[in-house]
Design a protein around this ligand. Structure first.
Ligand code: ATP
Ligand code: MG
Length: 269
């Protein structure tokens, strides 16, 4: 099982939208996927129709009470399983911080799942903060995938995120790779958005996925119906973009392409 953390401490950049729709696209292509919701807001959980369930969040794994394996639930989509979030997760920040092994709780909880071979990929939807939940996700992960919103302040906070990644490598997870950066919410009608894409590509070169996720009102609608973008608007630009991202993600995986540093220095396989 390869574990991919979808993370950026910046809020509202498309982490949850990417987690859900990339996971669903990969599942539809026949890969067995676990989508784990690490955000107590539970947005990914409610899209998967698991919002009413309590006692099944990673909180129980983080405090060492349950194994992650025992928290996995099936979803309505074939090949897609989930570990839902609930409000308990918010409390785990404080409880886990007190533990001596506070960085490695999630990784330990995932041990059985990793060994079981039940899933090809685990996708972790991270909350928008640099707290315990996100650091645990980065310690448990093989790779981080970073959504970046096409906006004026797109690059803000990325140097902090890179420092955090270096710190995690030193402290607990030397092999943590960068799967890539995904540009989200592109409005091609605005020059500013196009300039941001150019800027980010110049800066981060091949670390940035070719696929860019367009801005579409459909993304705002889909969660209110409890649907993925593929269920809500299967032939729309948004669904096609996440299918293309899934293909590109799988190509990188097949070639074992990932990055150590984001500034164009490629260090893979
Ligand atoms: P948070 O930091 O709060 O967890 P997030 O990074 O997970 O946020 P999302 O929840 O995925 O971000 O997206 C933020 C908002 O932007 C949501 O309302 C979502 O529906 C909308 N959104 C995401 N992607 C797109 C897109 N490509 N086009 C239009 N709207 C989008
Ligand atoms: Mg989110």
């Amino acid at each position: 099982m390869k574990t991919i953390a979808i993370a950026n401490q910046k809020g509202g950049v498309g982490k949850t939208t990417t987690s859900v729709n990339l996971a669903a696209a990969l599942a539809e292509k026949g890969h067995s996927i676990l989508l784990a919701d690490l955000d107590s807001q539970g947005n990914a959980t409610s899209v998967m129709g698991l919002g009413e369930i309590t006692g099944h969040s990673l909180y129980h794994a983080l405090i060492g009470e349950k194994r992650a394996q025992d928290l996995v639930l099936p979803t309505r989509l074939e090949n897609l399983f989930a570990i839902p979030a609930d409000l308990d997760l918010a409390g785990s920040e404080v409880e886990v911080a007190r533990m001596e092994s506070h960085l490695t709780q999630l990784r330990s909880a995932f041990d059985d799942l990793r060994r079981s071979g039940a899933f090809e990929y685990a996708i972790l939807d991270c909350p928008p903060s640099l707290g315990i939940l996100m650091t645990n996700a980065l310690v448990a992960a093989d790779e981080i995938l970073i959504p970046i919103q096409c906006e004026y302040y797109a690059l803000e906070g990325l140097s902090t995120l890179m420092r955090v990644i270096s710190g995690i490598r030193e402290a607990a997870n030397p092999g943590l790779g960068i799967s890539g950066m995904v540009l989200t919410m592109l409005d091609t009608r605005t020059n500013l958005n196009n300039a941001v894409v150019k800027d980010v590509r110049e800066h981060f070169q091949e670390v940035v996925y070719e696929t860019v996720i367009p801005r579409s009102v459909r993304f705002g609608e889909a969660p209110s119906f409890g649907r993925t973008i593929h269920e809500h608007d299967p032939r729309g630009t948004g669904s096609l973009a996440y299918q293309a991202l899934a293909d590109e993600f799988l190509q990188r995986q097949a070639k074992n392409i990932h990055f150590v540093s984001p500034d164009g220095v490629v260090a893979n396989s």
